[in-house]
Write a protein that binds this ligand. Structure first.
Ligand code: FE
Ligand code: FE
Length: 286
C-alpha cells in the first residue's frame, strides 16, 4: 500500500483530513460568521494545506498541469480499476477507523441512490473523487485537494483563508488582480481557468460519457466560494447559474454522507457493474 506525499512540507497525514475539515466547516446550520470562526480555529492540517495551495496555485501552474493531464495519457482503466488504484492511498497511521476511498465513494453514491435520484447522479457520486489518483502520480496534496478558485483574476474573500494568497506570485501581478482579470464579464466558467485539482481532472476524464449536469458537479464540487458563498457570479453565465443548482444538490451528499454504516462492497457490486456498463466502455482513458 502507498502512503501519500511524504514531501517535507506535506501538511496532512492523509487527504481525508481535508474532507473532515470541510465537513466541520460546513456543519449543517452554521452561519457565515460561524464558518469564519471555524476557519480561525481550524486544525493545523486544514490550515496547512490551504497555506500551500494558495501559495503555489498560480495561473502558470494551472496551465502547465492542464497540459500535462488533460491529454489523458496516463493509460486506460475501468472504473473499478481506478477505484481500486485510488484505494491504495491510505492513512497508515490509522488504518482501521478511517473509511477507505472506495467507502467514501460508495457512501456518497448510496445516499444519492436512496433519495431516488437518476442513475447518472448515483454514478456521479461514485466517481466524484476518482481524480484523487493524481496523488498516486506524484502530485502534491495541495495540488489535488482543497477548495478550487479561478486563477487569472482577483481572489474572492469568500475563499477560505484568503490571507494566504499574499504569498502567491500572482498576487503581485496587476494583470491578474482586477475583478475580471483576464476574463470578460459573465464570460462563463468554461472560459475561466480554475486552480488545478481532482475536480477539473475528473471532469475532463468523464466529459464524453456523462450529462452536463454531472460534469458541473464533478468540475465544481470543491468550488465552495461559488456554490456555498455565491462568489464569482460576475464571471458566470446564466447557464452556469442554472447548472450550479445541481452542484448545490450534490454537495450535501459529499459532505454529510460520511459516518453512516460502512457500505458492503460485495453486496453492492452487481448494481455498480450494471451502472458502469450503462455509461462506459470496459476501459476509459485517464
Ligand atoms: Fe472531492
Ligand atoms: Fe468527496
Amino acid at each position: 500500500m502507498a502512503t501519500i506525499a511524504t514531501a517535507a512540507d506535506a501538511p496532512l497525514k492523509d487527504m481525508d483530513e481535508w474532507d473532515d475539515f470541510l465537513t466541520g466547516r460546513y456543519k449543517a446550520g452554521k452561519t457565515e460568521e460561524e464558518f469564519r470562526q471555524y476557519d480561525e480555529q481550524a486544525t493545523p492540517g486544514g490550515a496547512g494545506i490551504y497555506r500551500q495551495n494558495h501559495k503555489y496555485q498560480t495561473f502558470d501552474y494551472e496551465k502547465a498541469k492542464q497540459k500535462e493531464y488533460f491529454g489523458l495519457n496516463k493509460g486506460e482503466k475501468s472504473i473499478w480499476e481506478a477505484a481500486e488504484f485510488l484505494n491504495t492511498l491510505v492513512d497508515d497511521s490509522d488504518p482501521d477507523t478511517d473509511l477507505t476511498q472506495i467507502e467514501h465513494l460508495l457512501q456518497t453514491s448510496e445516499a444519492i441512490r436512496k433519495d431516488g435520484h437518476p442513475r447518472w447522479f448515483v454514478l456521479t457520486g461514485f466517481i466524484h473523487d476518482l481524480g484523487k489518483v493524481l496523488c498516486l502520480w506524484g502530485e502534491p496534496q495541495w495540488g489535488v485537494v482543497g477548495d478550487t478558485f479561478p486563477v487569472g483574476c482577483a481572489y474572492s474573500d469568500q475563499i477560505v483563508f484568503p490571507e494566504y494568497f499574499k504569498a502567491n506570485p500572482d498576487y503581485n501581478n496587476p494583470l491578474y488582480q482586477t475583478k475580471y482579470g483576464i476574463y470578460e464579464p459573465n464570460c462563463g466558467l468554461d472560459k475561466v481557468h480554475m486552480s488545478f485539482g481532482h475536480d477539473g481532472y475528473i471532469g475532463e476524464v468523464m466529459k464524453n460519457y456523462l450529462p452536463e449536469e454531472s460534469l458541473y458537479m464533478l468540475r465544481y464540487h470543491s468550488f465552495y466560494a461559488a456554490h456555498r458563498h455565491g462568489a464569482y457570479r460576475h464571471l458566470m453565465s446564466n447557464h452556469d447559474v442554472e447548472m450550479f443548482e445541481w452542484v448545490n444538490k450534490f454537495n450535501p451528499y459529499d459532505l454529510y454522507s460520511k459516518g453512516h454504516t460502512k457500505p458492503d462492497l460485495k453486496q453492492l457490486k452487481p448494481y455498480y457493474d450494471d451502472l458502469f456498463a450503462e455509461f462506459f466502455p470496459a476501459k476509459i482513458a485517464w
